[in-house]
Design a protein around this ligand. Structure first.
Ligand code: GRF
Length: 223
């Protein structure tokens, strides 16, 4: 099941979005200019219709589906619809990219759903911890560093085995906006790097990296 992808037979990504789509846009650019290889975005699913990310996806000619939680009777029905669409598009790796809904990952997608969070998890994650709120909380806590985390998603917000982190120093005089900007630069590098490894080595590598991370006590090789 976990195969090595090639440019001729790329890893099929499903990208889940809810907002501006800058994470999606970064992936699109990198695929176009050849910095991210052997992957194809097979499907974009947005939990909101009128958001920038949907425009970005359509402009890039990508298939887009809108799946709004409020159109479903409960979170299970919503999650089931997501899985159906991903199955139909033969998605091999799900990339959450600013997706603000809780998704109950079905067993067949375990170890195949990535999320990126703009802080050093396990701190500063969870419901309501997104966008500016995260950076405000980091500054309010007086942290000397922040960064971003890529993790395998489980069924809690911003939770699941950590695959990679990139750390950045908090500068004196940082505001939530200046900090967000530098974290974003780190995200733009880290997420594609993890996805590239999954393409090159097979999606199963994500679980292996996460296990190494855990056995190293959460202080693994810093990527
Ligand atoms: C980033 O902070 C990322 O860490 C989080 O969503 C934000 C980007 O949103 N998961 P978008 O890609 O611009 O919609």
């Amino acid at each position: 099941m976990h195969r090595t992808a090639t440019p001729a037979d790329p890893l099929r990504l499903g990208v889940l979005i809810s907002g501006g789509g800058s994470t999606l846009e970064n992936l699109i650019h990198r695929i176009h200019d050849g910095r991210l290889t052997a992957v194809r975005i097979a499907l974009v699913i947005s939990s909101r219709a009128a958001v920038g990310g949907v425009e970005i996806a359509r402009r890039a000619g990508l298939p887009v589906e809108i799946v709004r939680p409020r159109d479903f009777s409960d979170p299970d029905a919503f999650s089931q619809r997501l899985a159906e669409l991903l199955d139909r598009a033969r998605v091999e790796l799900v990339v959450m990219a600013g997706f603000l809904c809780l998704w109950r990952v079905p067993p067949r997608y375990e170890g195949r759903v990535l999320n990126i969070h703009p802080a050093l998890l396990p701190r500063f994650g969870g419901r309501g911890m997104y966008g500016r709120h995260v950076h405000e909380a980091v500054l309010a806590a007086g942290c000397s560093e922040s960064g971003c985390t890529v993790h395998l998603a489980d069924n809690e917000y911003d939770h699941g085995p950590i695959v990679a982190q990139r750390r950045i120093a908090v500068a004196p005089g940082d505001t939530p906006d200046t900090l967000a900007e530098r974290v974003m630069v780190a995200e733009r590098e880290l997420y594609p790097a993890v996805i590239q490894r999954a393409a090159n080595e097979g999606v199963g590598v994500l679980k292996r990296i996460a296990d190494e991370w855990r056995s190293a006590g959460g202080e693994p090789e810093r990527r």
